[in-house]
Design a protein around this ligand. Structure first.
Ligand SMILES: [Zn+2]
Ligand SMILES: [Zn+2]
Length: 135
């Protein structure tokens, strides 16, 4: 925390929220920042996030949901449909981003969105705008 220069990759947090999935199977997890290596492993990074989340119920809930979702197996007791999972995950990512102050904004429509797509021209737009073929 007293580092003189903040790591640009993680804003000095030492961890990143990574989108590890794809359209068919969305997933995200907390990973350590490999650029500054503040934490020994992804697990210690996650533990640090959990620690930081204490006293912040929303953030704690997010971390729990992330670990649940990313370790979702075939014997999921809730038997959620994939669509449900996608909706939940997007909502969770969005909540967390807003909570952590790392919300992504679509440069086209100005909406805060769970994920933006980087375009070749440098713009970062939401899925809807991307599909609309603006870029
Ligand atoms: Zn870093
Ligand atoms: Zn948009």
């Amino acid at each position: 925390m007293t580092e003189p220069s903040e790591c640009p990759a993680c804003d000095g947090r030492g961890w990143l929220l990574c989108n590890t999935g794809n359209d068919q199977s969305p997933a995200c997890e907390v990973q350590r920042c490999d650029a500054c290596e503040q934490y020994e492993s992804d697990l210690t990074a996650l533990e640090a996030v959990v620690k930081a989340a204490q006293g912040q119920p929303q953030l704690l809930r997010f971390v729990e949901e992330v670990s649940q979702l990313s370790h979702e197996s075939e014997e999921d007791p809730f038997e959620r449909t994939r669509e449900d999972t996608i909706v939940t995950l997007n909502q969770v990512i969005m909540d967390a981003r807003q909570l952590l102050g790392i919300a992504e904004k679509c440069s086209e429509c100005g909406q805060t969105v769970p994920l933006v797509i980087g375009c070749p021209d440098g713009a970062e737009v939401c899925q809807d705008c991307f599909d609309a073929g603006q870029h």
